[in-house]
Ligand binder design. Structure first.
Ligand SMILES: Cc1cc2nc3c(=O)[nH]c(=O)nc-3n(C[C@H](O)[C@H](O)[C@H](O)COP(=O)(O)OP(=O)(O)OC[C@H]3O[C@@H](n4cnc5c(N)ncnc54)[C@H](O)[C@@H]3O)c2cc1C
Length: 416
């Protein structure tokens, strides 16, 4: 039965496509599928889309334009012109200013809502405070969802369900995808404070248009600590570490904040928001689709394995899933083989870079702080640019001259 209240059109009994989650992946999937002419329902368990924020909010400059997103002024907290990579000794650093490191620190409370508004304008119906707790499955095929909405449980049917429910996704697992939940080892955990009265400069150097990444096991085992500016003296200060260390995330963050070498910049800062969450940093799911079912964005583990950035990849994956879902729903071809076109296109567009970064992650995991200190005092911004492009050989050669003991660890990169 439809959930209409006093004539307000509530959730109907049936749609072409139901999308679980209205983050970047779900919103773009909804926008594209609705643009194709499919009837689209988006359900999100949050009371307010985008809130609470669980993200460093960094996004590369290329994404909004590439995916037809017009950033509203409120969605941008800071314009970023480069990245500063700092060695474990907190002394040696490299500043990179390339097109790849240009971007924004967003306000995701605004950004996510803006994406949802675009999807609604394209024709999708979106409901917040609507938690999907199960799938309707018949004969091994997904046929809709079971949702807690408006104080009651109800079933809604569809030709296709798209799981875009983020890092803690359970929907893919409910659909029978056994690798739907990443292992603790393959998950990073992020803990972050939004802080005010932060100094975004030191010793005459201005860092206000740079994202800063502090590497080293001392600060963040298998990860990094970050300062992402969000205004004149406001920043997201966070740490992302390997899942096996997850309970210690706050310990590492406080250790960084309390280090005497950070006193000038962070010693008088106040915490105005506390954020945290999981980030899968592994292979994408083996399968992206089943009969009547697709999974996209961070729920499909489409996250950069090096820095844990998932917004840009979620936007593209959601977009591709939405285009394919829209076309397949209208043609009434919702079997796995038809929907799998989404996976094929995703691999064509993303795998070249993704696969190399996965290999790089495994290499970085084997390095200690002395290795990092040595490397960051050897290479320069152009070398980092080459690494970001996946051109490892010339940089490996340079590093090995100073640190030959890394030969075995780094050889794998040359052979990619
Ligand atoms: C601490 C931290 C820092 C990060 N920093 C960055 C960064 O700086 N840059 C970057 O690019 N990425 C960053 N990420 C990763 C980034 O936040 C995610 O990869 C990105 O949000 C993925 O988008 P998505 O649409 O796939 O999922 P999400 O944005 O997680 O959206 C999923 C949505 O699904 C909803 N949902 C979940 N389950 C259900 C359910 N059962 N029923 C209904 N709705 C449901 C949720 O409420 C949510 O709105 C960070 C992550 C963390 C944890």
């Amino acid at each position: 039965m439809s959930s209409e209240i006093l004539g307000f059109p509530g959730i109907k009994d049936e749609y072409d496509i139901i999308i679980v989650g209205a983050g970047p992946a779900g919103a773009l999937a909804a926008r594209e599928a609705a643009k194709k002419g499919a009837s689209v329902l988006v359900l999100d368990r949050r009371k307010e889309l985008g809130a609470p924020v669980r993200c460093g909010e960094g996004l590369g400059a290329k994404y909004p334009e590439k995916f037809g997103i017009k950033l509203s002024p409120g969605a941008i907290s800071a314009h970023i012109n480069g990245a500063r990579v700092i060695a474990p000794n907190l002394k040696d650093d490299i500043i990179i200013r390339t097109p790849e490191t240009k971007g924004f620190v967003l306000d995701r409370k605004v950004f996510d809502k803006d994406l949802a508004k675009d999807a609604a304008r394209a024709g999708a119906s979106i409901f917040s405070k609507a938690e999907v707790y199960d799938l309707i499955q018949e004969g091994g095929k997904v046929k809709g969802v079971k949702v807690n909405f408006d104080g009651g449980k109800r079933e809604v049917r569809s030709k296709i369900v798209i799981a875009a429910d983020g890092a803690e996704s359970v929907i893919a697992r409910l659909a029978g995808m056994k690798d739907g939940v990443s292992t603790l080892y393959d998950t990073d955990y992020g803990m972050e404070y939004e802080m005010a009265n932060v100094k975004l400069e030191e010793n005459g150097k201005d860092f206000s248009d740079l994202i800063e990444l502090f590497f080293g096991r001392e600060w963040a085992p298998r990860g990094y600590t970050w300062i992402f500016p969000k205004g004149k003296d406001v920043a997201n200060v966070g740490v992302g570490i390997g899942g096996l260390e997850a309970p210690n995330a706050i310990h590492y963050l406080h250790k960084f904040l309390a280090d005497p070498r950070m006193k000038y910049r962070l010693g008088n800062a106040s915490i105005i928001a506390t954020k945290g969450g999981a980030i899968p940093v592994c292979q994408p799911l083996k399968e992206f689709v089943k009969d009547g079912f697709m999974v996209t964005g961070t729920a499909a583990h489409q996250v950069d394995p090096i820095h844990g950035g998932g917004i840009g990849l979620a936007l593209n994956a959601g977009r591709l899933a939405g285009i394919v879902a829209g076309e397949c729903a209208l043609e009434n071809k919702v079997d796995a083989a038809s929907l799998d076109r989404y996976k094929k296109i995703w691999y064509e567009e993303e795998w070249g870079k993704f696969g190399k970064r996965l290999a790089l992650r495994k290499v970085l995991e084997k390095m200690n702080d002395d290795d990092f200190n040595s490397i960051l005092s050897t290479i320069n911004d152009k070398d980092i640019d080459l690494v970001l492009e996946g051109k490892f050989a010339p940089v490996v050669q340079k590093v090995l001259v100073k640190r030959p003991q890394l030969l075995k660890v780094l050889t794998v990169l040359v052979n990619l």
